[in-house]
Design a protein around this ligand. Structure first.
Ligand code: PMV
Length: 347
């Protein structure tokens, strides 16, 4: 009862972690829980055309990135297929043509693994759904998140919006190390329209891949304390979200970003992923916030770019601040305005 051929397309967004996931156990089990805002504008669109073939011993697929064959993505997809085959037994029955593109510019320093793996997983779930037609929407999403996690841990937070939690936490009902869940507690309206402007300080390849980065937490002298801190920060966020406590939010989110970088600076080997312009931006944010009382703060990924996050009601003032003071620290003056989004969409 397998369909002979077909095509499916999904658009999945990127996400930005507030409490960071850094450190994992095999296979893709997070060392601590994390939570992210799902983004909107920064997204990957992926189509899979599938055609039935004689079942083979290997996976059969072609890959196109922004219209051109992309050989160097193939090993990552192949590893992903190997990991998910046990859960998608039809994979070797098909030849796949995978076409993918990002909404954000190529080599902007924005990682596309979260949005990319989420979009790919959703396309594969569409094929799975043809085989299991009575699957309900929540099982569909949970399994898509489960598969995406096997591609890239943070990708499991890119299926749904607005705030997604990933990783077991005793105080968070439904939380799991295997997939992301919509944050189950009360969230004040102010957080539901939060904005994220990504300041592109450095557009080159990341100095440390996240695979290497997570490994640095093995045997790291501060790892255990860091994992405990993440658990505590997840607890601390509960009243912050419920009460719309922007001061509490700012302190926690900036501390998380700096802790992520502190872990990289104190691992062996050690890395410094901030650039002088990253620091200049951080200092300007602090000065601006102090002087204006505008509730704007930063967070960082494992790279030099800065995510400037702020409530929608201060958008105009913050955009002016970016143009006046921060854009000059971005490579070619580039930044991307984004905001909290609702999750992936079938196209
Ligand atoms: O999903 P990965 O393995 O690329 O890890 C993501 C790590 C951070 O982006 C630094 C933090 C996070 O929680 O997204």
């Amino acid at each position: 009862n397998l369909p002979i051929k077909g095509k499916t397309t999904w658009k999945a967004p990127s996400n930005i972690a507030l409490v960071k996931y850094w450190g994992k156990k095999p296979v893709q089990i997070p060392a601590n829980p994390s939570i992210s805002f799902t983004l909107d504008a920064c997204a990957t669109t992926t189509s899979i055309s599938f055609e039935k073939r004689q079942k083979g011993n290997d996976f059969s697929f072609e890959l196109f990135f922004e219209g051109k064959p992309k050989e160097d993505f193939k090993p990552k997809v192949n590893t992903f297929f190997e990991r998910v085959e046990a859960y998608l037994p039809f994979l070797k029955d098909y030849h796949f043509t995978i076409e993918t593109s990002n909404s954000f510019p190529h080599s902007s320093g924005i990682a596309s693994s979260a949005s990319g793996m989420a979009a790919l997983s959703l396309c594969l779930m569409d094929i799975e759904k043809m085989l299991v037609p009575d699957m309900d929407l929540s099982s569909f999403k949970a399994k898509a998140s489960f598969l995406a996690r096997l591609g890239s841990g943070s990708a499991c937070r890119s299926i749904e919006g607005l705030l997604i939690e990933f990783g077991m936490h005793d105080h968070i009902p439904g939380s799991s190390d295997l997939f992301g869940i919509p944050y189950p507690f009360e969230v004040d309206e102010v957080f539901k329209t939060f904005q994220d402007t990504i300041l592109l300080v450095h557009k080159g390849e990341k100095q440390v891949s996240s695979t290497v980065g997570h490994q640095l937490m093995h045997g790291h002298p501060y790892a255990e304390n860091r994992f405990q801190q993440a658990l505590q920060n997840m607890d601390a966020l509960k009243p912050i979200f419920a009460n719309g406590d922007l001061d509490g939010f700012i302190k926690l989110v900036e501390s998380e970003a700096l802790t992520l970088h502190a872990m990289m600076m104190t691992s062996m080997p050690y890395f410094m992923l901030m650039k002088p312009d990253t620091l200049a931006i951080i200092h300007k944010i602090w000065r601006f916030r102090e002087a204006s009382k505008v509730p704007v703060c930063f967070t960082l990924d494992a790279g030099a770019n800065v995510h400037l996050i702020y409530p929608e009601h201060v958008m105009e003032t913050v955009h002016q601040f970016i143009d006046d003071q921060l854009a000059k620290h971005c490579e070619n003056g580039h930044y991307i305005h984004d905001g909290v989004g609702l999750g992936a969409q079938k196209i």
